[in-house]
Design a protein around this ligand. Sequence first.
Ligand SMILES: Nc1ncnc2c1ncn2[C@@H]1O[C@H](COP(=O)(O)OP(=O)(O)OP(=O)(O)O)[C@@H](O)[C@H]1O
Length: 596
Amino acid sequence: METKKKSAFSKLMEFAGNHKYFSYISCVLAVISAWVALIPFYDVWCIIKEVLEVRPDFSKAVHITSYGWQAVGFALLAMAFYIASLMCSHKAAFRVQANMRVYMMEHIMKLPLGYVESKGTGKIRKIVTDSSAATETYLAHNLPDKAVSYATPIGLLAMMAVFDWQLGIISLIPAVLAFVIMGTMMMGPKMAEDMKQYQNSLETMSAEAVEYVRGVPVLKTFGQTVFSFKRFKAAIDDYEKWTIDYTKAMMLPMIGFTVFSNAIFAALIIAAYVLCGNTITDTFLLNLIFYILITATLTTTLMKVAYAGESQMIVEDALNRMDEILDVKELPNGTSDNKIKDASVSLKNVKFSYDDAKTNAVDGISLDIKAGEHIAFVGPSGGGKTTLASLIARFWDVNSGSISIGGVDVKNIESDKLMDTISYVFQDSKLLKTSILENIRMGRPDASDAEVLDALKKAQCSDIIAKLPQGVNTVIGSKGTYVSGGEMQRLSIARAFLKNAPILILDEATAFADPDNERKVQLAFENLSKDKTVIMIAHRLSTVTNADRIYVLKDGKIAESGTHETLVDAGGVYTHMWNEYNKSVNWQVGKAGKAI
Ligand SMILES: Nc1ncnc2c1ncn2[C@@H]1O[C@H](COP(=O)(O)OP(=O)(O)OP(=O)(O)O)[C@@H](O)[C@H]1O
């Protein structure tokens, strides 16, 4: 769907489907309502006219009541049209909001998984929900109001020209001035930019607040409370600055706008003195009273235009934020008829860099993993282990080179097929807020309860289930159901068991709370790894000693590769890492010994 260089309204209408007609009808009804709402003013004019004509014998004013009822009738009719207009506008707005969310989510599902991971699910959620909510307010309320605010001056103009064109023009002068101030100073490009900055600083402040609260345990442990409060404080200061700047920038235009839009009747009174001097006629008096009454409508209308303009800026900003996500290219889905012949993985001169990064995170890596081999990626932090594993699972597409699975380039494998071929067990396991049973069943939706239970057993989860209040039916994250990082990883191993994909990528957790958990996770990994091609991102060398081959990754390149034994003897990066590892193990044992 083309989303650029279009007005906010036409962008929104693309999401409305057939419901766009409700938006159009809503505007038409709002216009009718605006014009019908002017008729009671004509009735009032007739009443004043009759009063002036019959004075001083007011008993002759026999039409006043009928004019009065007519005014009430038209006021009610105008209200009915307005309500009907709002009903239509809400119908369209809710449909647009729903379609927008569905469209965004469908798009997000096709984006590189790496993008979703690095952008942050919280931020994406905020854009999807908040931006679509902003469009709802705009379409449901501001659009009909905008129609009213354009229709009313046209209706008024017609009426004013009919009754007394001179007074009409005079009452329009302040209105036009207010309108000019609004158009140039309150809604110009500068204000749109200020509004954007304001929204940005609001977003940063919310994000910093969340980070601050999430980091409280770490901050307290390291006694860094005051220091780290600085970032949050800086975000608050920035927000304060923008709010004050925005308010200051708005102050003069707002004063001008309010003065001019409320001064219409004052202009009329001054004009009356100038135009008539001491000889005021009945007709002039009648028209003057009529204009003074009716200009109140003009003031309200101008206010509505101002609010509609502000909400237009908000909706445009919301649409731009959505475009940030919609502009990210979806990963093209593979369609090759070539069959994946086995669970082998082959990389040929693979290069990849993250957006805006100066260096390649993976820089010309070639390797071949035969079906059924167990290999490990080790190396210093930032060496490219996770990135390389993500490329194999096609969370990102390579910049150059190629990755193939079973002889077929991953770009040509249909995404469902690719996901059936690979199981990725993340370090920070992804569990949803639903029952354990359903969480595990995601591995294979048609699995029976018995199969899920079997997977849980193989993944060493029996003790987790036993301690939960409702066993496998316990909802993760519900009250009283705390699962530790290690337990969570075992649960996601159970999910991988159920999926039973021939290639397994395991991102080993860096830290475990207790040795028992660590032993169980390792046992679960071992069970899961049987008869599969395994790629392990290892952080502790103890877990890779049995691997068929170890790749040491440094600065996005393979620094060394081979079995544990050959690498230990090679005297390179791995030897150094192994020595350091042994020192740390001995140090821990020594420390434990001392403590006892
Ligand atoms: N989402 C991202 N956006 C931008 N740069 C990234 C992203 N993820 C990783 N990087 C960068 O890419 C390089 C490789 O990182 P990667 O996470 O693959 O290393 P790693 O070996 O897995 O490190 P660790 O052992 O600490 O997990 C690093 O310089 C890192 O800063």
